[in-house]
Design a protein around this ligand. Structure first.
Ligand SMILES: Cc1cc2nc3c(=O)[nH]c(=O)nc-3n(C[C@H](O)[C@H](O)[C@H](O)COP(=O)(O)OP(=O)(O)OC[C@H]3O[C@@H](n4cnc5c(N)ncnc54)[C@H](O)[C@@H]3O)c2cc1C
Length: 487
């Protein structure tokens, strides 16, 4: 049996712990059944954002007349661009595999790893994904240190009739050869909202069925209200409904949804027929593949791994990171946790994770980005705070872009400490960064954002204007174009 200083289960974010260990002269192994790079590269963030960029182009074209430009969309080469995106992301995964395979001191095992005991892992190469399983099937390896980084997969909810119909999840909806004419999406979280926007903008008749009274219900209420309204331009949004039954009908699927009790929808069920059904009802951790019973690694009731704040599990020398933690299911969070685990394993740094300045974004139209607490969370915690909300079109570029439904909302403690920021509008995912940087320094204050000079006329002036409202400075030069009709 081969023995390593470090074994990483999962070739997504965690593989970087292995390469860092190898760089320090330790022996390391990565166990992965599929392409290297994990969900983000081949079936998550990157391909979904490449699709959404196409939706943005189409949406811009449809709104071109608002700017005095007559433009007509002639054709969309759907299968061609999904194939191009597929090839690009798999090329990246292949490069990552080549670089791991070429690295000294790192071995790659193709297959699923499962614990035999706390330090021994058996490889099941029958689940080799699209890679050649090689001759590792049944092989056992040992690691002095083991990192659990096996990510998650889509939840398939219990809906009557689901076992008798074909359905899509985000695993297969990204690379379809042709665009469905109609689609029912079950799930109103960020994946359902992003894919609803994508398909809807391209012309698919989309119905989104979401259990809560608003789409993306974990966001600040003001944010989820805007996203729910905005998605109504591309989709038939049915919030407050739960899909309860599905059946095959000629050439497609019929979905019945009943009021969930959250949307004030009375008792009337709705029925929809569509070419395809897409389930976007959340993700579950892959920890059930690991035979954790052979170890003392503890999980919570949903299967997420329990760790201390240094990300070591209940067993000495077994660490965990990424979506298996369930804390912050985003790629940048997994990368951050990778850095923490690497420092703690290789340098004994004793670093603790701190998610206070962990941002996230939703790539719908308008875009959304958030960091820190929502207004509802602060109220529930009984925390005293001041709030300021400034529309994005207070900045001249916001007015020029007709960013009518965008805003920047700042939540700050009475002493100016930033508690949360929520941005809706063009490039929100980029605009949030200066707030993250301010918060990351510890007790970042509104003045840390309001004082530095902002480029004119950039959208960041909307961020400046919102923070300026809560700033203690007496003199302000924040722009205010909010009541001017879009140029
Ligand atoms: C459609 C979609 C869009 C997304 N968009 C964004 C976005 O815009 N921004 C963002 O930050 N995040 C986004 N995410 C989330 C992001 O993809 C994840 O948070 C991130 O990939 C988590 O990284 P990870 O390393 O924990 O897990 P993964 O990337 O899932 O990697 C885990 C790896 O472990 C492997 N594995 C599973 N079981 C075993 C086993 N028993 N043994 C060995 N290997 C195993 C898997 O094959 C996988 O390759 C999106 C996700 C989806 C599905």
């Amino acid at each position: 049996m081969d023995a390593y200083d470090l074994v990483v289960l999962g070739g997504g974010s965690g593989s970087q712990v292995a390469t860092a260990a190898a760089g320090d002269g330790l022996s390391a192994a990565v166990v992965e059944p599929g392409p290297l790079g994990g969900a983000c590269i081949t079936r998550g963030c990157v391909p979904s954002k490449a699709l959404i960029h196409r939706a943005d182009i189409v949406a811009e074209l449809r709104h071109a007349s608002e700017f005095g430009i007559d433009a007509e969309l002639e054709d969309v080469d759907y299968g061609e661009f999904t194939a191009a995106i597929h090839d690009a992301v798999y090329e990246k995964a292949d490069r990552q595999a080549e670089s791991i395979e070429a690295a000294e001191n790192v071995d790659r095992y193709r297959g699923t790893g499962r614990f035999v005991d706390e330090r021994t892992i058996e490889i099941d190469a029958s689940d080799g994904g699209d890679s050649d399983p090689g001759d590792t099937d049944g092989e056992r390896i040992r690691g002095d240190t083991v990192v659990i980084a096996v990510g998650g997969r889509p939840v398939v909810p219990p809906i009557d009739g689901l076992d008798a119909v074909e359905f899509l999840t985000s695993e297969d909806a990204l690379f379809l050869d042709s665009r469905p004419d109609s689609l029912v999406i079950v799930g109103g979280g960020y994946i359902g909202a992003e894919l609803g926007y994508f398909f809807g903008a391209l012309g698919t008749e989309v119905t989104i069925v979401g259990r809560s009274d608003r789409l993306v219900p974990r966001e600040d209420d003001t944010v989820s209200d805007v996203v729910t309204d905005a998605l109504g331009r591309y989709c038939d949004v049915r919030t407050g409904y739960e899909a309860t039954a599905v059946e095959s009908v000629d050439g497609g699927v019929a979905v019945t949804a009943e009021p969930s009790g959250e949307g004030g929808n009375g008792d009337d069920a709705i029925d929809r027929e569509a070419d395809d059904l897409l389930l976007a009802t959340g993700r579950r951790p892959n920890t059930d593949t690991l035979n954790l019973e052979a170890t003392g690694v503890e999980t919570d009731e949903s299967g997420h791994v329990e760790t201390d704040d240094r990300l070591e599990t209940s067993v000495d020398g077994i660490w965990a990171l990424g979506d298996v933690l369930g804390e912050q299911p985003y790629k940048h969070a997994a990368d951050y946790e990778t850095r923490v685990v690497t420092a703690n394993v290789l340098d004994d740094a004793g670093e603790a994770v701190d998610y206070a300045a962990m941002p996230h974004a939703i790539f719908t139209s308008p875009q959304v980005a958030s960091v820190g607490r929502t207004e509802g969370e602060l109220e529930d915690a009984g925390r005293e705070f001041n709030a300021a909300t400034v529309p994005v079109d207070a900045a001249p570029l916001g007015m020029i872009l007709h960013a009518d439904d965008g805003f920047v909302k700042v939540l700050a403690a009475p002493d100016g400490e930033i508690l949360g920021c929520h941005i809706v509008g063009p490039h929100a995912s980029t605009l949030i960064q200066e707030v993250v940087t301010a918060m990351d320094r510890g007790e970042g204050t509104v003045d840390d954002v309001a004082e530095p000079v902002h480029v004119h006329p950039a959208l960041s002036e909307a961020v400046y204007a919102a923070f300026d409202e809560l700033s203690s400075r007496r003199y302000s030069t924040a722009p205010d174009w909010r009541d001017i009709d879009g140029a």
